[in-house]
Design a protein around this ligand. Structure first.
Ligand SMILES: Nc1ncnc2c1ncn2[C@@H]1O[C@H](COP(=O)(O)OP(=O)(O)OP(=O)(O)O)[C@@H](O)[C@H]1O
Ligand SMILES: [Mg+2]
Length: 244
């Protein structure tokens, strides 16, 4: 299949997910709320050691998980609206790191920052870019599980900046390197598989690129996955500018 055909198909799939998500959100959220509140009420009648109490907790936990999934779907369905401003990528990374530092510490993961000189500012949406970096860090931590290293590297290139997130996890099979960007592709029991497609959508809306660099080295020198984002300094190029 040609690239353009594949992209068209992907877009159709995304639009269908969007319609589905909006429908699900309306029809499912309210009853879920009622079920959760009822489980909480029933739980009141038991003490924490009892089986029924634990059953109520299970109900609540699963409902929270479903609500999380619906929120993820809705965020995914909404077209990314960019609030562009001059952004320091280093600050955006700081923010994402701040959100993950407890989790990294808990897992015994050591994080290192690398940078090639001072980065120019980028016209971007700081919250959305932070969301992308955050998602990559969480993926890296989940891949490592316990004890390993993550390197966040920033690179200044000709009229763009690059951010790389490199981990010492098991890496990604070359045969999976395209599928991981497809909606709902996940190898995790409670994953949505929307993290990377969402990241790709945000980066592309900025006129940038995201890719996974597969590394063929093996043995003790091997590294796990390496994700690379590139953002143009001038932000997304509008169609008009393109034509001019
Ligand atoms: N750093 C990584 N190392 C190894 N595999 C990875 C890495 N990042 C992503 N993957 C693979 O890509 C899949 C898709 O990632 P994505 O972030 O889209 O969804 P997820 O992490 O499974 O779910 P969610 O983001 O909702 O928690 C993962 O399930 C995992 O198999
Ligand atoms: Mg993820």
């Amino acid at each position: 299949m040609e690239v353009s055909q594949r992209l068209a198909l992907q877009n159709e799939k995304l639009a269908a997910i969007g319609r589905l998500a909006a429908g699900i959100a309306h029809e499912v959220r309210n009853p879920l709320g009622v079920i959760r509140a009822s489980a909480s009420m029933v739980r009141e009648h038991f003490t924490s050691g009892e089986e029924a109490y634990r059953a109520c907790d299970f109900i609540r936990e699963e409902i929270d998980r479903l609500n999380g999934l619906i929120t993820a779907l809705l965020n995914f369905a909404r077209p990314a609206e960019l609030r562009l401003q001059p952004v320091s990528i280093e600050q955006v990374i700081d923010k994402a790191l701040h959100l993950t530092s407890d989790e990294l510490q808990r897992r015994g993961i050591i994080l290192t920052r690398e940078s090639t000189g001072t980065l120019p500012s980028v016209l971007a949406d700081p919250d959305l870019v932070a969301q992308v970096v955050f998602g990559l860090l969480v993926n890296a931590a989940e891949a490592i599980e316990q004890h390993g290293r993550i390197i966040v590297r920033t690179v200044s290139e000709h009229n763009q900046v690059g951010v790389e997130v490199i981990d010492t996890g098991p890496g990604i099979l070359p045969s999976d390197s395209e599928r991981i960007f497809e909606p709902f592709f996940t190898t995790k029991p409670t994953g949505t598989g929307l993290g990377l497609p969402m990241a790709a959508r945000i980066v592309q809306a900025h006129g940038g690129t995201i890719e996974v660099v597969t590394d063929k080295r093996t043995g003790p020198q091997s590294i796990g996955a390496r994700f690379r984002i590139r953002l143009p300094l001038q932000g997304p190029v509008t169609v008009q500018e393109h034509a001019a």
